[in-house]
Ligand binder design. Structure first.
Ligand code: ZN
Length: 293
């Protein structure tokens, strides 16, 4: 089993559009970002719902088709835990809309950042039971999965680094994500898997074993950005691939040995890179993809 050679071209590079959502400090509309990627022969992107909504989903769908571009994922669903029945229903309805949008854009999967303690992102957790949050996440994914299967949209659970355990995700390791997959899809019928984001899971001593456990059917996406030393901001200080300590080639070899053959999606939330020119950021992503991914 040989690992794909990325050094000669960038056929398997995808750009998560958050990476260039701000250019030289200014918000840039998604249709412009799509053109910038197409100009560079980038074949795939992964856009965010708010970016799509701002331009209009029909327009983005037509533009992608005109460029022959595909999605490597759609960001994102999740954030299930709520404090009351109304909040719970809002979360389920919102995830249903996200699934429909992913379908309209012909995404290979909807990425789930599952949520954790409700209100914590805004600074005040409404409750502090992680067990309750995990139970609600389990039930929420189960509800979304039934609908997602009916329309044929795979759901990819993305474990987040434990530093996000209060605010954004009570699923923090690949093992935990796969336990949920096994609980909700015991017979591996499909339609449920994981998004492996190197930034969130690179440190995990069980990473190789859990990638092997996931196997081809459950490895739905691969995100890359680097872990900087020191990390100055918990959310928006991700490093350009190659500027930090993550062994991308090693992790990709594990992914490919397990059967993954999809895009390597560069996803960088960075106050530093958002200050640079968009073309410079994309050209750097292409160069680093060839050199270090
Ligand atoms: Zn990610």
């Amino acid at each position: 089993m040989t690992v794909r050679d990325f050094s000669q071209d960038h056929a398997w590079l995808s750009i998560n559009t958050a990476t260039v959502r701000r250019q030289q400090g200014l918000e840039v509309p998604l249709d412009r970002i799509v053109d910038q990627c197409a100009e560079r022969g980038i074949r795939a992107i992964s856009p965010w719902r708010d970016q799509v909504a701002a331009v209009g989903i029909g327009r983005i769908a037509r533009q992608l088709k005109a460029h022959g571009m595909q999605l490597s994922g759609y960001c994102r669903g999740g954030f299930y835990p709520a404090t009351d029945a109304a909040g719970w229903q809002r979360a389920l309805d919102d995830n249903r809309r996200a699934i429909d949008e992913a379908k309209t854009l012909d995404a290979p999967c909807l990425v789930l950042v599952v949520g954790s303690l409700p209100g914590a992102v805004e600074g005040q957790a409404a409750y502090t039971s992680l067990a309750r949050a995990r139970s609600e996440v389990h039930d929420g994914i189960a509800a979304s999965l039934a609908y997602a299967r009916s329309v044929g949209m795979p759901l990819a659970i993305e474990p987040l680094h434990p530093m996000q355990a209060a605010e954004r995700s009570c699923i923090n390791t690949l093992e935990q994500a796969l336990d949920v997959c096994d609980a909700l899809d015991p017979d591996q019928i499909g339609g449920l898997g994981v998004a492996v984001d190197t930034y969130h899971v690179w440190w995990d001593p069980k990473l190789q074993a859990q990638i092997g456990r996931a196997g081809q059917r459950r490895l739905l996406a691969c995100h890359v950005s680097d872990w900087l030393t020191p990390t100055r901001d918990l959310l928006n200080d991700r490093g350009m691939v190659g500027d930090g300590v993550i062994e991308f080639k090693r992790i990709r070899a594990w992914m490919e040995a397990a059967g993954f053959a999809g895009f390597s999606e560069v996803e960088i939330f960075s106050q530093t890179w958002w200050q640079r020119a968009g073309g410079e950021v994309l050209d750097t992503c292409i160069a680093r993809h060839r050199q270090v991914v």
